[in-house]
Design a protein around this ligand. Structure first.
Ligand code: PAF
Length: 277
């Protein structure tokens, strides 16, 4: 496991690797969700490269960039037991020197769901992921299903910009109570983490309702919002049911494969999750 901070060092190592290269980009504060992406990469690729970079461009000024958990020592310890060829730990100036021109990729998907509450988020994600793809030159890249919209947008970017990279979706890893693993769970107290399980319970309830034949959106929203708001520490940002393919909200009835998305706040901590079949 080699740890490198510069593009020059990364290039040297990359040039010595042949065969399939799995890439797992992260912002650190690693949990079992990240580790499962790395395990997937190990299973399907000959080499795995992991990056840790808290990308300033995907945080709005009112968001948690400064407080985002930075736990590099424990991250490296977790990674040491996995089969990783290279860990790339760039500084901001390394990835974004003044002369660097960001990609101009845009998508309609930037402006729905997460994009409404976080208008600059996906632009920032695409910029950093494209930059990392250009440097790492992976054959495969692994992303978690918890960030379903991110995964969709990156797949679209890869198609449109003609990257020769297989984007591999990986299932959401959950804590024992069902709460989706997230680095932001670190901000929650034990009691809050326990109460946050209502997010997944609400998603499961929604799936069950729809599978049992309820298709009227209004009815479903009422029931799900009632359930989610029965936990007083939760403030709902959105609870939306959209078409699986287009990520557009249905009109009145669910008439196609669907995904239920939830975004909530517990105090200032924002959590997201989704469910589909
Ligand atoms: O999902 C994340 O952790 C980040 O959005 C990513 C893909 C590493 C880009 O900074």
């Amino acid at each position: 496991m080699k740890i490198v901070k510069t593009i020059v060092e990364l290039n040297q190592l990359r040039d010595s690797l042949f065969g399939s290269i799995g890439f797992v980009p992260t912002m650190g504060a690693l949990h079992d969700g990240h580790l499962s992406l790395i395990q997937e990469s190990n299973k399907s690729c000959e080499h795995t490269i992991v990056s840790i970079f808290v990308n300033p461009n995907q945080f709005a000024p009112n968001e948690d960039f400064d407080n985002y958990p930075r736990t590099i020592n424990s991250d490296l310890e977790k990674l040491s037991s996995l089969n990783i060829e290279v860990i790339f730990l760039p500084e901001s100036q390394e990835l974004y020197p003044e002369s660097y021109k960001n990609i101009q990729f845009k998508s309609d998907l930037f402006h729905v769901l997460e994009g409404i509450s976080r208008p600059i988020f996906f632009k920032g994600v695409c910029e950093v992921v494209a930059r990392l793809f250009n440097i790492v030159k992976p054959t495969h890249a692994f992303f978690g299903d918890k960030d379903f919209q991110q995964l969709r947008i990156i797949s679209e970017m890869v198609r449109e910009l003609k990257y020769d990279i297989n984007i591999i979706p990986c299932k959401t890893i959950r804590e024992q109570n069902g709460l989706a693993m997230s680095s932001r769970n670190e901000y929650l107290t034990k009691d809050e983490r326990n109460k946050a399980k209502i997010v997944f319970e609400t998603l499961q309830y929604g799936l069950k309702l729809i599978k049992s034949g309820e298709k009227k959106l209004g009815e479903i929203y009422n029931k799900l919002i009632n359930k989610l708001s029965s936990e007083p520490i939760i403030t709902i940002d959105y609870l939306t049911i959209v078409d699986y393919d287009t990520l557009k909200e249905f009109d009145n009835r669910i008439n196609n494969r669907f995904v239920i998305f939830i975004a909530i706040y517990i105090r200032k901590t924002r959590l997201i999750d989704n469910i589909y079949e």
